[in-house]
Design a binder for this molecule. Structure first.
Ligand code: XMP
Length: 324
């Protein structure tokens, strides 16, 4: 999809999000005709907002799937299905853990990892779901920042196809429609709020589609996922009372010498990142209280095999938010 900024509706210079919602509902209806559409809900802000928009437009002609790709946070699959059941949107869970882990095996290069996730997602899992449901259209929660960073060559966002020269109809046999592609994160949140989503959904910190794979430098393995998942829960628990834009834990591929139980240990290193940002295009590190950092450090280095915890002060640019 080519982004045409004139598609963004404005009212007196400010975006008219109510009109945006009405327009997108009409567009989705038109695109679907009397057919079936499917979409993937990860529980992140973008896919959550997209899910509600799609159900407003198509009702049960939109089938929403939660793809368990083995890369999710602690308790996430169950929590997402429950949150949406509570607002009347049925979500079907698909266990694709073995498929994603198989595709990631042996890969260490960030772009190769992202590419493997894209292929598994679009060709493997979605190809199958499209065939099973007879859907002709996949609705996707791509936002403008995803597209811009992919086009700029900063990174291949997992959900970008057209801008990478991939024709989903030819490659995968279905159309991809991206109703949020003219919005940035702050706009998506506003749409979510206006759609009546609970604030715990639209006000959630961003979480990338490739999930914890973006938080492991080097090969993604079950053991490393278990470490970064635990560290993520610690960091999110400790920082949820801040107003920071995003906070996360990253497992590095390097190791460092430390001491455990009086013995030398060559252990893992976790980086904690907490940022201030409006829309993730630029960011600065949050000035967290020292005591908070010390509590995080103590809990993180309590994870077996982890003996260092670092706080990342780097702004974006030159860093990005994620590590791959
Ligand atoms: P970066 O790392 O590019 O992140 O500075 C900017 C924002 O985008 C999120 N992010 C992604 N979101 N798919 C997504 O849906 C991706 O592949 C992806 N990569 C990064 C990141 O968490 C941050 O909020």
């Amino acid at each position: 999809m080519t982004i045409n900024r004139s598609q963004v509706t404005h009212q007196g210079g400010a975006m008219d999000y109510k009109k945006f919602i009405d327009d997108q509902i009409e567009e989705i209806k038109k695109a679907a005709g009397d057919g079936i559409a499917i979409n993937a809900l990860s529980g992140g802000v973008d896919s959550s907002v997209l899910t509600v928009l799609a159900h407003r437009a198509l009702g049960d002609r939109c089938r929403t799937y939660f793809i368990d790709n083995a890369l999710m946070r602690e308790g996430e699959p169950e929590a997402v299905v429950k949150t949406f059941a509570d607002i009347g949107v049925p979500v079907l869970k698909v266990d694709a853990r073995a498929e994603f882990m198989g595709a990631l095996r042996g890969l260490t290069d960030p772009e190769e990892k992202r590419c493997a996730i894209t292929e598994t997602f679009y060709k493997g899992v979605f190809g199958r779901l499209v065939r099973e449901t007879g859907a002709k259209m996949l609705l996707h929660g791509t936002i403008l920042t995803d597209i811009e960073e992919t086009v700029a060559g900063i990174k291949r966002q997992h959900n970008i196809l057209a801008q990478l020269g991939i024709d989903p109809v030819k490659e995968y046999g279905y159309r991809v429609v991206e109703p949020l592609a003219t919005l940035r994160k702050d706009g998506v949140r506003e749409v979510g709020r206006l759609l009546g989503l609970p604030s715990k959904v639209w006000d959630r910190i961003p979480f990338p589609g490739p999930a914890l794979a973006t938080r492991i430098v080097g090969e993604v393995t079950d053991d490393k996922l278990a470490i970064v998942r635990r560290a993520t829960a610690i960091v999110e628990g400790e920082l949820s009372d801040t107003k920071a834009f995003q906070y996360l834990a990253v497992l590095l591929s390097d190791k460092a010498t430390g001491i455990r139980d009086g013995k030398r240990e060559f252990g893992h290193i976790i980086v904690v990142r907490c940022i201030e940002s409006r829309d993730a295009r630029a960011a600065t590190a949050t000035r967290l209280p020292w005591e908070k950092l010390e509590r995080i450090c103590a809990a993180v280095t309590d994870i077996p095999g982890v003996n260092r915890c670092l706080y990342d002060l780097t702004p974006k640019p030159p860093a990005t938010v994620e590590y791959i």
